[in-house]
Design a protein around this ligand. Structure first.
Ligand code: DC
Length: 220
């Protein structure tokens, strides 16, 4: 099952809850791009150095444990949420070689077990034959508000105008890059979560899942 959409649309929350309800594995592909960006920052690699970034992406050992992410054996769960890593992830995600390495890892994960995978290109590129595809959206102001709430909840200080600018720039870059830009797959269901409670979005998606999958077989 694939969930794509812009930053702050609620993908992670919904994907995590659905995976729990369905007994599937939740996979946050954004965390993988973030891990590569973090490694690049630590090694002081210029994100414009496509060849070096591609090497790092191919060599990165990324493990997704429930609620945690490990990069080369080190827990980077909190480190990858820093603002410079957010924009760095969007920058390294432009590099075709980095995407190739990430897509290969994602396909390997998805072939092993049933997954709810969220990102930008899951329904279009990673698993174009996913049983259920959702494109989750929300109004920009609401997406900024949600992300600010989430960050404040973690004790981080947030200037909403700076956050809005950062998210706007990231969405622009993610949806205009030539390789696998953020876009709605033709057969994805568009869901606008603006003004909806998490529970309502979850129920709406569950209804879709139930109508499409019966006993693991696809009847769509
Ligand atoms: O989902 P996120 O905000 O944690 O993702 C961070 C960045 O990673 C995002 O700005 C673009 C990139 N990304 C991507 O290009 N493709 C994906 N499938 C997931 C994330």
């Amino acid at each position: 099952m694939a969930i794509d959409g812009p930053a702050g649309a609620g993908k992670s929350t919904i994907a995590r809850r659905l995976a729990e309800r369905l007994g599937f594995t939740y996979i946050d592909t954004g965390a993988m791009y973030r891990a590569v960006a973090l490694w690049g920052l630590e090694r002081q690699v210029d994100f414009g150095d496509m060849h070096r970034m591609e090497q790092l992406a191919a060599a990165a050992e990324i493990e997704l444990a429930p609620g945690r992410i490990l990069l080369n054996g080190t827990d980077v769960t909190d480190a990858i949420r820093r603002p410079e890593v957010s924009s760095g992830a969007s920058k390294v995600a432009v590099i075709p070689g980095v995407r190739r390495a990430m897509v290969a890892k994602q396909r390997a994960l998805g072939e092993r077990t049933s997954v709810v995978m969220e990102g930008r290109d899951i329904g279009t590129v990673v698993f174009p034959k996913a049983d259920v595809k959702i494109y989750l959206d929300a109004a920009p102001e609401e997406r900024v508000r949600r992300r600010a709430l989430e960050m404040r909840g973690k004790g981080q200080e947030v200037a909403e105008s700076a956050l809005a600018a950062e998210m706007g720039e990231r969405d622009r870059r993610d949806s205009t890059r030539p390789d696998a830009p953020l876009s709605q797959a033709l057969d994805a269901i568009y869901l606008d979560s603006t003004g909806l409670a998490i529970e309502d979005v979850e129920e709406a998606v569950l209804k879709l899942v139930r109508s499409r999958i019966t006993n693991g077989r696809d009847f769509s």
